[in-house]
Design a protein around this ligand. Sequence first.
Ligand code: PNS
Length: 163
Amino acid sequence: MARVVCPGSFDPVTNGHLDIIGRAAGLHDEVIVAVLINITKKTLFTVDERVEMLGEVTRGYGNVRVERFHGLTVDFCVANGVNMIVKGLRAVSDFEYEMQMAQMNYRLAKIETMFMTTNPQYSFLSSSLVKEVAKYGGDVSGLVPEPVLGRLHTRLAVSLPGE
Ligand code: PNS
């Protein structure tokens, strides 16, 4: 069985992520979306919230499941019988760091990385930009799935007065 891992922070999942996950699901038997638990990084959404949102927006894919992990991505891959990571590449600026990670992951555990070019519709899109634009009231509809849009509005409406 060809099982792959799509790792990331997904804070929050964007339509760019979802495009890659969906295309990976069409190419492989099973896709595990692995959400990194990183207690040192300040995130807008908790891991539980990020996993829940991903679960909702990938529900339509019978071969996608969402898990959380901490530590090395390659250790998660090995523990789950996976030998390939799938990542999206938006622009040349992504390439250098992604290549370093891919080479390190291969060196650590012989885990391959498959890069998929992001749909040009989403080549400028990142979770950080979405959060920044939404924080200042900009329109991010069409850039994140509907359930994420709702949660973004609720979270930022609550956090704005305290800033
Ligand atoms: O969505 P992100 O934050 O760009 O995803 C980065 C992620 C989670 C894929 C990367 O930071 C990662 O794999 N972290 C886990 C720790 C690890 O394996 N580090 C070594 C990478 S070579």
